[in-house]
Design a protein around this ligand. Structure first.
Ligand code: UD1
Length: 337
């Protein structure tokens, strides 16, 4: 299939591009490189041994988007493009709503105009808000704790309602848990701008000596060691899930919501210990205040993904820690020379 990846130069998009190419799909990337490096493209080509066509455009631009759809004739879209920093979304909510909703509306309108019927959307477990129980199943109540999360929630609504009105459409909403790790080649990985907001990139920067120590946000949660528990999933497993989701979308109509997680929860200190053991590096840390908006624990029931997609996470926490470090040590400054 010929597949458009919006935001395809980002962390999850780039890994998905590699897995799609491996499975003989044609990949076209649309990215405005506002939070990604142009160098990613060469790396994807190096891993896959194939050329990737890139549109350096903002997918909120309806004219440019329309032109791209007209000349390409896509079979499917995977929509990753969007702002993704929780803290920033609380400071600049309008910017988040404008960008994240506009891009989805523009894409879905272009799809309808040019008869493209399959879309996989990059959603997040953040739409479960404060879950009433774990593991989390797809039918559990939703509700968010920040504007970023609400944009995911609203985009899910936009796509679900559009598919209800247009019976030709197939929508798969993938709710990711916590993607970490990197491609085992060490050529692509997560390259945050500035101080990392998320746990694993922060640990990686402590390991490389860019940050002095990790702050562990709270050790008084009702978890096995008091620190927050999450479902960390290797980004390559996550990327494979998109290949399966695209295949599913192309043979089913309507909307499906699917969790992509491992089903196993690890605490902050579990991750620190695994990283230290696997890589033989000490990660200094201090216990700090809880981070506002954080929840005690969050992990998936991933059985629907296995049932519908035949997908299951294969990589474990040691793989995630090893591959993160392999990427970080080979690229101390991310994609910057
Ligand atoms: C957050 C977002 C989620 C988003 C994900 C991207 C919310 C509430 N969370 O998830 O939507 O998809 O990032 O990966 O919307 N921690 C520390 N020290 C740090 C950083 C994190 O102790 O320096 C702890 C946190 O308190 C948490 C765990 O590590 O317990 C994971 O945090 P993080 O990597 O930021 O992910 P989430 O908050 O789960």
């Amino acid at each position: 299939m010929k597949i458009l990846l919006t935001g395809g130069a980002g962390f999850i998009g780039s890994h998905t591009a590699v897995e799609l190419l491996k499975n003989n799909h044609e990949v076209i990337i649309a990215d405005n490189f506002s939070n990604a490096s142009q160098a990613v493209i060469g790396r994807i080509e190096k891993i896959s041994g194939q050329k990737v066509k890139v549109y350096n455009i903002d997918v909120c631009d309806a004219k440019l988007c329309s032109r791209m759809f007209e000349s390409e004739g896509f079979d499917a879209v995977i929509h990753f493009a969007g702002y993704k920093a929780v803290g920033e979304s609380c400071v600049k909510p309008e910017m988040y709503y404008r960008n994240n909703l506009d891009s989805t509306l523009t894409i879905i309108e272009a799809m309808e105009k040019y008869g493209v019927n399959n879309i996989v959307f990059s959603s997040s477990a953040t739409v479960y808000g404060i879950p009433e129980k774990v593991p989390i199943t797809e039918d559990m109540p939703t509700g968010c704790t920040n504007p970023y999360g609400w944009t995911k929630y609203m985009n899910e609504r936009i796509l679900t309602d559009t598919a209800a009105a247009n019976k030709n459409l197939s929508v798969v909403l993938l709710r990711y848990f916590n993607p970490i790790g990197a491609h085992e080649s060490g050529l692509i990985g997560e390259a945050p701008n500035g101080i990392p907001n998320n746990l694993m990139p922060y640990i990686a920067q402590v390991a490389i000596g860019k940050r002095e120590k990790l702050s562990v946000f709270g050790n008084d949660y009702p978890t096995h060691d008091g620190t927050g528990v999450r479902d960390y999933i290797h980004v390559v497993d996550l990327a494979r899930g998109h290949v399966d989701a695209i295949n599913y979308a192309s043979s089913h109509k309507g909307t499906e919501i699917i969790n992509l997680g491992t089903g196993v929860g690890y605490s902050v200190l579990d991750i620190v210990k695994s990283f230290e053991r696997v890589n033989g590096i000490k990660i200094p840390y201090v216990i700090a205040e809880r981070r506002p908006g954080d929840i005690a624990q969050c992990y998936a029931d991933p059985s629907k993904a296995e049932k519908l997609l035949g997908w299951k996470a294969e990589k474990n926490i040691d793989d995630m820690c090893r591959d993160t470090w392999n990427w970080q040590k080979n690229n101390p400054n991310g994609y910057e020379e």
